[in-house]
Design a protein around this ligand. Sequence first.
Ligand code: SF4
Length: 416
Amino acid sequence: MAKVKVVTLGCKANQYDSEQLKKEFQKKGWEMISGNQNPDVFLVNSCTVTNEAARQSRQRLRKMIGAGRKPFLVLYGCYPQAYPEQTEKIPGVDLVIGRQDLGKTVEIIEDQSGIKPPRKELGQNLPFSSRTRAFLKIQEGCESFCSYCIVPRARGRVWSKPGDEIMEEIEELINRGFKEVVLTGIHLGYYGKDCGGIPSLEKVIERILKTPLPRLRLSSLEINEVSEELLDLMEGENALCPHLHLPLQSGSDKILEKMNRKYKARDFIDQTNYFRERIPDLGITSDVMVGFPGETGEDFARTVEVVQEVGFSRIHVFSFSKRAGTPAAQMDQQIPGPEKKKRNQFLREVGEEQQASFNSKYLGREMEVLVEGTEPTQGWSPNYIKYYFTEDLDQGELVRVRGEKLFRDGVWGKEV
Ligand code: SF4
């Protein structure tokens, strides 16, 4: 049977695209492989949000070139879409496809590579995935044009998936045994904006909450996109997880303005305080960028203060890197690499302190955990605390766990 290996880099939207691609391959009779087995086709679903992401995409392909029998190499996704000329020149790559070809990708690969599984496999049922959490992309595109981001150029126009289609996919995921679905989008808060707000994100969530899906989570939203209606839904006893991922990016108003972000640091703090008053167990996670052009020591200190004041439960710290074609790449006062590294390290440590402080509130308390990994058994609570525990449990089980002590990036617990 023809074998394909798909490697995914980057965001949740890419993970969703890869799931769709894998489905497409399986429908056409391909065998999906992972680990060290040799595939006939090796596909990298690339990312180009940072230079580092693009470098990793190239590196994954290069590794396969030197590894024994060379498979047919495909570079797919955002990287070729944003930089077609640059990616066409990468040596050893057999096929470069941008994201717009999602539906036709498998056919194009079969035509170009000459590799095709026997068609008698067509129409077979998809195997149940052992994964417990599925990413469902319901929105495409972004028109916010943050000055450091290539995504509005790479991913094109804003588009929302119709409500009925979302519901069909939700039903399918429930039938395939998924316990948690994460609604994702390139800019999830834009959902419905291209069709006059009908349906709105909140209405879609309401519909999903009427299904037997045990858990529903949202990926990223901007601070000013969290509506009262959404908080009402999150406050209720239902499947919607009390977790918001709200990118802060910087705590300095000067830098936020240069980034073309649409809020002030003070509003971010006030809003998150209000959200917590409404939902005391709310987990608030974030992305924070260091070393944006013109970020002085004072600006950075302000970011540290804001992170401390908000008390995030988990942050992802990343260093600014120039993306060709974005306004920030042209800005002067670029910050030297070693300084960015220092700020990154410092903020990570601050983030870890915040995380430990949030997690410690759950010691001695019971939470429901969805088991997602083994050795040791681990999983996530609805408010996105990572739990580790000794009991051997199958992935996909929902168990009640009492927190005993802080452990690694989460809490060590015991099943009750
Ligand atoms: S909101 Fe900003 S960072 Fe996010 S995708 Fe849009 S332009 Fe990029």
